[in-house]
Every structure is written in C-alpha cells, then in structure tokens.
Design a protein around this ligand. Structure first.
Ligand code: CP
Length: 447
C-alpha cells in the first residue's frame, strides 16, 4: 500500500524528529551507497527543472538510481511543452501518476513548488522555487554541519552575502532557528534578509536580532557590512546571552557563504561582494569555523581555501546523495521514520478569507503564470493586528481592515467592532478602498 502523500515544499514540512531520523538513515546509506538498490525498485522519479542545476538534479537522479528506481528528466524547459505555454499545474498533473511516482521540481517563481504539490497526485519535492525555499539543500547543509559539529543547538552560524534572494539561506535560517542555533546575518548591503523571514524567525522560534560586533568578520566580508545577531530567547541561550547586547563574537562555528543570485537581480551592482580568502581563514574568529556554501561558487571563496580542512562545501554536495536517498525512500514508503510523538513540526496554519487582496511579491507564482488559474490564498499569522502570509511564497501583508461576511460592513482592525466579528466571518482587506470595491460598507463616521 502506498503511504500518505508527503510533499517537501518547505523545510517546515518535516518535523525536527523526522529530520534527525533522515540523518540516521543517510548515515546508513552513506556507509555503502551501492547496497540499497532493492529499496525503491520499480519506482520512477521525474525531475522537472525549469532553471539550471548541477547538484540538485544530478544528486536526486543518482539517489534514485542507487535506490534501484528509474529516472525521467526534463532538464531544459525549452525541450518541454512549457515552451509552448503549458502551465506548471498541467505539467505536473500529467507527469505525476502514470509517468512517475515522485517529482522533483525547480522553478523560477516563488511558490511554484506549492502549486506543483497541489496539482500532482504523487509526492513533490521542492528543488528550489525562486527566492523562496530550497529545503533539500537545507537537509544537506544541516546534515553536513551536524556531522562536523555533533550538535546544532547553540552553534553560532554566520549567513553571508545575498540573503535577500538566496532561497537556500531562507530554508537554512528557519531550520537553524528551529534547532536552537544562533544566526549572525552579514548581508551584502542592499541584499538583507527579507523582513518577513526575520519576522517569522521571531514569531515562531523566538529568535530576535541584536547588533553584533563581529570583530574580524569585516576582513571576510570586505567593506562596510552591518551584522545582526539572531538568537533564540530560550532558557539555555538566555543564560548565555542576556547581558550581551550588542553581542561581541570571539569565534564562530560556521560561515555559510552565498553567491550573488544574479539571475534574480534587477541590475543591482555587486561590486565588493564578500569573499573568503586564505587571509580571512587565518583570523582568530575562524579558528573552529566551518566554511559552507550551497554551490555553485562564483568568486565568493578563493580556490586556495578549498584544501583547508575547515572547508566543507564539497562535502555538502557529496552528502546530497545519501540525504536525498533517505528522503525519497521515506516519501515512497520504503523506510519508516521512528519519530514517536514529535511535537516540534510545522505550526498549524489557519487560512484567512480575503476578497481582492493579492500577494505583493511580484515574483510570486500567484502574480505570474498562476494569474490564469490560482486564487490568492493567505494564512493568518497574527490575529491582532491581522497579518497574513501568502501561502505560496510566504511574503506577509498587514490587513488593516476587517469585514464581516454577514453584515458586509468593514472596520479598522483596532476598533472594537472589528474584534466582535466571529472568526469564521472575518474577511481581511489591506485598505478601506479594497473593501468598498468588494461591496463592503465602511463604518459610519462618529457623530
Ligand atoms: N546548491 C544547488 O542548488 O546547486 P545546483 O543549482 O547546481 O542544483
């Protein structure tokens, strides 16, 4: 019997216990990659890649072949009917089922993986969707770091470079926060971590930013960079850090360097982009640090850093095979994860009713090809004041006005009439004008 469909759209889709169990299986698979060809015999994986890839696509294909399954691939959208205008939704409806038992999808639009998961009958894995998430890269990154350090909780991890458009950084930050690591953001100026990611780290994981004095890090980062230290307000860390604001860092455990995601830029300059050199590796702060990178590298890490034992970026890529074997074997029901009662999974999401409200992210698939067939869909992330997150790309919107589906009156969120509307009758708007267009009448002005 087939297991229940488990998609991996976001790193949130796996609980912490499941992730640790996947690490355990990846360790087993890694011992002898050639010993598992009985596990998924007869299964077919399809890779649908609408953006270039080396590691993600080939490691998934290698992983499925090592599990004994078969692979069909669309590595170039120009050779598929997408070039004739076919939508992602139609493509996955066709490919998932008779053609393949599991799909891996990479797509340039934020939120595309959720669309694929919605329309495919078989499990979908997000191989990177726009600037949104890249959860299997995070599994590889976390697994590599965990193997190196033996622990994740309490580690000080620097995320450096293009934090705005790097999908690997977004998934990695959520996972690091969930496992109790501290995050130091060192963005290339203008490419800071998106505010909605920072807000979510605070809201869901209690991870707050304070200014960081990063001593020798400017030597790595080159030029004027503002660092933020993000630490969870959890007991073990409070004991360490409450009196340190701003935080002065003596040592870091890892630096995760990212390339400038030029394919998503709009002509911004990236002159003086951060770079790790042998000189930066000699700093005291880096003594125990691991140098990480999701790859491909462009020019952010000098080649003569590669043979430093602290450089682990090629291990991240190598461990992608056993890690992805473990993931697919789990999704196809070939292995079971012994997780017991695991309370630390994805938070429950409550859908928010909207009329006329659209995601403000112009890269979101709901504003791209999804305009043809997707409605806007939002989750309620805070009730008062109401804040909504696009359920496809995660970007957040303040909904300042709340209407009643029964009276068709609309109120500012901070007035008592708004709070009296039963939760199942609430309709959220960004503006009074939006509510009027939807046929709602505003509050009568007070006399
Ligand atoms: N890390 C990563 O996603 O690499 P590719 O783009 O080569 O798949």
């Amino acid at each position: 019997m087939r297991p229940a469909k488990r998609d991996l759209v976001s790193i949130d889709d796996l609980s912490s216990a499941e992730i640790m169990e996947l690490f355990r299986h990846a360790n087993e698979f890694r011992e002898d990659l050639r010993a598992w060809s009985h596990l998924c015999r007869g299964s077919i994986m399809a890779t649908l890649f609408f953006e270039p890839s080396t590691r993600t696509r080939l490691s998934f294909e290698s992983a499925m072949l090592r599990l004994g399954g078969g692979v069909i691939t669309a590595a170039d959208p120009q050779t598929t009917s997408a070039a004739k205008g076919e939508s992602l939704a139609d493509t996955v409806r066709v490919v998932g089922g008779a053609y393949a038992d599991i799909l891996v999808v990479r797509h340039p639009q934020d939120g595309a993986a959720r669309v694929a998961a919605h329309y495919a009958k078989v499990p979908v894995i997000n191989g990177g969707d726009g600037a949104h998430e890249h959860p299997t890269q995070t599994l590889c990154d976390l697994y590599t770091l965990w193997r190196e350090k033996g622990v994740l909780q309490g580690l000080d991890v620097v995320l450096c470079g293009d934090l705005r458009y790097s999908r690997t950084v977004h998934s990695f930050a959520y996972a690091l926060a969930r496992f109790g690591a501290n995050i130091i953001t060192v963005p290339y100026p203008g490419f800071e971590m998106p505010q909605f990611v920072l807000d979510r780290l605070d809201r869901e994981f209690g991870v707050r930013a304070s200014a960081a004095s990063v001593g020798e890090l400017p030597g790595i980062a080159g030029g004027e960079n503002s660092a933020a230290y993000l630490t969870a307000s959890r007991p073990h860390q409070l004991a360490l850090f409450t009196s340190l604001s701003p935080v002065h860092l003596e040592r870091i455990d890892a630096i995760y360097m990212t390339r400038a995601q030029r394919e998503r830029h709009r002509g911004e300059s990236t002159a003086n982009y951060p770079r790790i050199s042998r000189a930066s590796m000699a700093s005291e702060m880096m003594r125990d640090a691991r140098v990480m990178h999701p790859l491909p590298r462009v020019d952010e890490i000098d080649y003569d850093v590669d043979d430093d034992p602290r450089s682990i970026y090629f291990q991240q890529a190598e461990l992608g095979v056993p890690m992805r074997m473990a993931l697919m074997a789990f999704q196809l029901g070939s292995i079971r994860l012994e997780t017991g009662a695991d309370a630390v999974g994805a938070p429950a999401r409550q859908t928010a009713a909207v009329r006329g409200l659209r995601c403000r992210n112009d890269r979101c698939i709901t504003n791209g090809e999804g305009k043809l067939y997707l409605g806007a869909e939002f989750w309620l992330v805070t009730e008062w004041p109401p804040r909504l997150a696009c359920s496809y790309c995660g970007q957040e919107i303040d909904a300042a006005f709340v209407g009643s589906a029964t009276t068709e009156r609309v109120h500012r969120h901070d007035c008592s009439d708004a709070r009296r509307i039963r939760s199942e009758n609430r309709i959220f708007f960004e503006s009074e004008e939006q509510a009027r267009v939807a046929g709602f009448r505003p509050d009568e002005p007070a006399v």
